[in-house]
Design a protein around this ligand. Structure first.
Ligand code: ZN
Ligand code: MN
Length: 269
């Protein structure tokens, strides 16, 4: 039993954590989506959960159960919806799920919440769910929510070490060096390094079409090669992400509390 995991706590233990004050609850969000022949369908959810756990250990946070389904996979960032196993939510479903979870946590007194996203396509639906939950709670609520796309914390310095031959951009980093290295670090038994396709980065048109065009996407589902992935690169990124996200969360919520305590909420607006 992991004491950081909300689903493993009794209500009595959870209530105690809330009453101790300053509880920070992290909600990992992912997707069920093809990640090439070498990574599992649950990669985005597994990585956001692993990073949320690492961060929670640093800040005595609590990790809520992962939102394991995400918004529809897009050809240019996740390969698209035509792969068996890619099982996605309509945007409205994801918005309402995040809205409900954030509002429910806040209703019980968890007013420092981090939505930690591991699936590129989720971003604006999570944003809308958070916005609506904040509105639901009203202006008298102390609820503060951070939305984190973990890859945004990778600095140029780290990217230069992970991609010595040049960084292809986060959209093409689907099932590629970043995700494969992080999986090799956090979940080595779930990575099949022997099955990594060696493909050049895909070139897409500057527009999208609907219905999606499966023929834009390589049959493997990989958008740029993961051949250069290693567990060492994964450890480097995981360590950096844990430290920098934990620091950002602490900074943000200490700032919010300090301003609220000094009746300085106006300064936040
Ligand atoms: Zn992914
Ligand atoms: Mn994804």
């Amino acid at each position: 039993m992991h004491p950081l995991m909300m689903g493993s706590l009794s209500w009595v233990e959870y209530q105690q954590r809330l009453q101790d004050g300053n509880a920070i609850v992290l909600i990992p969000c992912g997707a069920l989506e093809q990640h090439g022949p070498h990574l599992p369908l649950g990669t985005d959810a597994l990585l956001s959960t692993a990073i949320a756990q690492s961060v929670a250990e640093q800040i005595s946070g609590i990790v809520a159960p992962t939102v394991s389904y995400g918004y529809k996979s897009q050809p240019k960032s996740g390969g698209g919806q035509h792969f068996p196993g890619t099982t996605s939510l309509d945007g409205n479903s994801l918005i309402q799920m995040i809205r409900d979870v954030v509002r429910e946590l806040a209703r019980q007194g968890a007013d420092q919440i981090v939505v930690l996203n591991g699936h590129y396509e989720n971003q604006w639906f999570l944003t809308e769910g958070i916005e609506l939950a904040v509105r639901d709670m009203g202006s008298a609520s102390k609820l503060r929510v951070m939305r984190v796309e973990y890859w945004e914390f990778l600095t140029e310095n780290i990217l230069a070490q992970v991609f010595p031959d040049g960084f292809p951009g986060f959209a093409l980093e689907h099932a590629a060096v970043m995700e494969t290295s992080l999986m090799a670090h956090y979940h080595p038994k779930l990575v099949r390094l022997d099955l990594i396709p060696d493909v050049p980065p895909v070139e897409f048109p500057a527009y999208d079409v609907y219905p999606q065009r499966p023929e834009w996407v390589p049959a493997s589902g990989v958008l740029s090669s993961a051949k250069a992935a290693t567990a060492e690169k994964g450890a480097l990124m995981a360590d950096h992400l844990t430290r920098t996200i934990a620091a950002a969360v602490q900074r943000e919520f200490q700032l919010s509390s300090a301003l609220a305590a000094s009746n300085g909420m106006a300064a936040l607006r």
